[in-house]
Design a protein around this ligand. Structure first.
Ligand SMILES: Cc1ncc(COP(=O)(O)O)c(C=O)c1O
Length: 342
């Protein structure tokens, strides 16, 4: 077995390296746990893919988690965090989930069709939520079909715990009043479906609706823990805990500099990242970020360190093997990003 040397001093870290500010992370977890205490929050692990971070979420009171992939469910069970896992996604081969259930984990799967109901029953999953389309054109049955699907699931021997409906299309609506109205519209659809389905759970929401969703019995937020610049643009009160440490590798006196954090270290689907010092980002290529100093600022020197703030946290984390929990210039701990893959 090879052991990886983890430097204690930030200056010695190889870059690009994801840094998580310990105080900002703790603040984000505490703020959300105050608003959605205990089982009312079912943190989505796809936003960080790290069981150590999930353990911290468990330690502030949340016993159950949301997952997006079978691998995430398996990893959470292996880490001893399998008390109540929701796979908020459709799965047609549930054999691996059934094996976890047989070994004692509690795994609930989302179903939105006769196919996924049949797959859950066949593979040994015992509990399901009816996944309802509440406006995001992705998975989910129509609200009018939810009751019938629940009947089908019960007839197949499955326990129906309720409904889920992710109002993802509302998360980035900039105007807060408009966002609130759209979240309410979505939740009216989920409530309609829930009335026909029954069960104790109405699972919904994310970081963008954390203070607007008044209908969910449990919120599935994930990004709030580490945050990204896209969510920060909404003015949410969660701090930018995640940054990618990068090293300036080239400086051009024509007015730009290059650091070693390119699009293979960043989720770019929500646009360019930002630099924490306000530098203007020109573009990212595979292994480079090209930027110019802020108005009135001077060019950095080769070897300087910069902090890159990703626009989208989830795919960013999926690129990295480990994250570093830091306080000022000290590396406190290294946590494996162990839920990557499928
Ligand atoms: C099913 C589901 N629930 C909840 C979320 C919310 O996550 P976040 O808080 O990161 O927006 C997502 C994000 O894409 C999702 O796909």
């Amino acid at each position: 077995m090879t052991t990886t040397f983890i430097p204690r001093n930030l200056a010695e870290l190889q870059t690009p390296a994801p840094l998580v500010d310990a105080a900002l992370l703790a603040g984000n977890l505490a703020l959300m746990a105050e608003a959605w205490p205990g089982p009312r929050l079912r943190p989505h692990v796809k936003a960080h893919k790290c069981t150590e971070l999930a353990r911290h979420q468990r330690d502030v009171g949340h016993p159950g988690f949301t997952c997006a992939t079978i691998r995430e469910v398996e990893g959470m069970v292996a880490a001893g965090l399998g008390q109540d896992l929701l796979l908020a996604n459709e799965v047609l081969d549930t054999t691996r989930l059934g094996a976890l259930v047989a070994a004692g984990a509690r795994v609930t799967a989302a179903v939105d069709s006769a196919f996924t109901v049949e797959a859950a029953a066949r593979g040994g999953v015992r509990e399901v939520l009816i996944d309802v389309n509440v406006g995001l054109p992705r998975c989910g049955c129509s609200p009018a079909d939810a009751g019938g699907l629940a009947e089908l699931a019960r007839a197949a021997g499955l326990e129906v715990r309720g409904v889920m409906g992710y109002e993802g299309h509302t998360m980035m609506v900039k105007d807060r009043a408009d966002r609130a109205r759209q979240v309410a519209d979505s939740m009216a659809l989920l409530e309609q479906a829930h009335a026909a389905v029954g069960g104790p759970i109405r699972s919904a929401g994310g970081t963008g609706s954390w203070d607007l969703n008044v209908s969910a019995t449990e919120l599935q937020a994930g990004s709030y823990a580490l945050m990204d610049t896209d969510y920060a643009s909404l003015g949410l009160p969660f701090g930018p805990a995640l940054s990618i440490l990068a090293t300036v590798i080239s400086v051009n006196q024509g007015g730009w500099a290059v650091a070693d954090c390119g699009l293979k270290a960043l989720g770019m689907d929500h646009g360019n990242p930002s630099l924490s010092d306000g530098s203007a980002v020109w573009f990212c290529s595979d292994e480079h970020i090209v930027f110019s100093p802020p108005e009135g600022g001077s060019l950095p020197s080769v070897g300087d360190r910069v902090r890159v703030l990703p626009a989208h946290v989830d795919p960013t984390m999926a690129y990295h093997e480990r994250l570093y929990l830091v306080s000022d210039d000290r590396v406190q701990e290294a946590w494996p990003v162990d839920l990557r893959g499928w």
